[in-house]
Write a protein that binds this ligand. Structure first.
Ligand SMILES: [Zn+2]
Length: 336
């Protein structure tokens, strides 16, 4: 065995065979020795649906443990997708960061790992780093198209959109936007990240993979509408990729762009947030998006959060209290 740490084999053992035809419901078994289970494991659910040679899709939810549209759509798809309607392979991991998902938290209760900031991961690292490493070295390489579901979690809420990133490779970029269009969320986003380092998205894109993602709502729950969007979207993407038979059920979508870091607004004080406009409403540059009221004393003027560009409100802070540094609002520009 190699002594170079990142060349060690992954400690994760899949109980499903990626080359076998049919439906397999199994686990990614990750050894995790602890007080209540000396030789215990984390059992991450995985479903492999294969029907002969063909393209391969990797469908993931629960990268953050408090986002529910992806897991709802993916547990459902794993239960219902008939391999007779598949050409190629569909790998479904509905709850990637399973310890976080079980706890209903964004990050893992085991090591506080944010899986979407842990790539490329380490085979000898924390539990979260081991999960990242397995996706980096075992699952992404066997993928043609990856769809990673996100929502706002407990602290953000979004207008429902599917997204791909601006990419240096314009052919891959166009393929990404075409897949986003096929997903057919009410909104489609040319997405900018606050900090892309360590993200699953970045790992997939650096490997030259087609990668799309979503933000479908938030608040630590789901809504009937956003779950419907997720279920329709995942099937549409599989049809678009030629993996599931049938025509894409196209729905009207409106494209949004995040042209610069001026999209994001952050709180500079702790306090109670008053949202001044609602998600999806138009925004003029300079308009007050939210006010943050001091709660430690009476008589203090609220901090005003003003839009630094015109567009529409694409995301907002969800809980009623904010801390300095919290992202309070995201403005996106409507693309004609
Ligand atoms: Zn997320």
């Amino acid at each position: 065995m190699s002594t170079v740490p990142h060349l060690r084999p992954s400690p994760i053992t899949p109980t499903a065979d990626f080359e076998r035809d049919g439906v397999q419901h199994g686990f990614l078994r990750l050894p995790y020795s602890r007080d209540d289970s000396a030789w215990g494991s984390v059992m991450i659910p995985i479903c492999v649906i294969r029907n002969g040679n063909g393209p391969s899709a990797l469908l993931t939810g629960g990268n953050h443990g408090d986002e529910y549209e992806g897991p709802l759509a993916l547990y459902d798809l794993a239960r219902t997708l008939d391999p007779k309607h598949v050409s190629g392979t569909v790998i479904i991991v509905p709850a990637m960061n399973y310890p976080a998902f079980r706890a209903g938290t964004r990050t893992s209760p085991i090591d506080k790992g944010n899986l979407n900031r842990s790539f490329p991961g380490r085979p000898g690292g924390t539990v979260t780093e081991k999960i990242a490493d397995y996706f980096q070295r075992e699952l992404l390489p066997r993928t043609d198209i990856a769809l990673d579901f996100h929502s706002g979690g407990k602290t953000l809420d979004f207008v429902p959109f599917c997204a791909a990133h601006i990419r240096p490779d314009k052919v891959l970029e166009a393929k990404g936007f075409a897949a986003v269009e096929a997903f057919s969320a009410p909104w489609s986003m040319k997405m900018l990240e606050i900090d892309a380092f360590g993200m699953f998205d970045t790992a997939a894109e650096e490997m030259g993979k087609l990668f799309i993602t979503t933000e479908l709502g938030g608040g630590g729950t789901s809504r009937a509408e956003t779950v419907r969007i997720a279920r329709r979207g995942v099937l549409n993407v599989l049809r678009h990729a030629g993996i599931v038979a049938g025509a894409v059920e196209m729905q009207p979508t409106r494209w949004l762009d995040m042209p610069s870091g001026d999209c994001f607004s952050f709180a500079e004080d702790d306090g109670m947030i008053e949202t001044m406009i609602d998600l999806g409403e138009p925004v003029e540059e300079g308009k007050v998006l939210a006010r943050i009221h001091s709660i430690g004393r009476t008589g203090a003027a609220p901090q005003e959060i003003r839009a630094r560009m015109s567009g529409l409100l694409a995301a907002r802070h969800f809980p009623g209290l904010v801390k300095a540094g919290d992202c309070t609002a995201v403005v996106a520009v409507l693309v004609d």
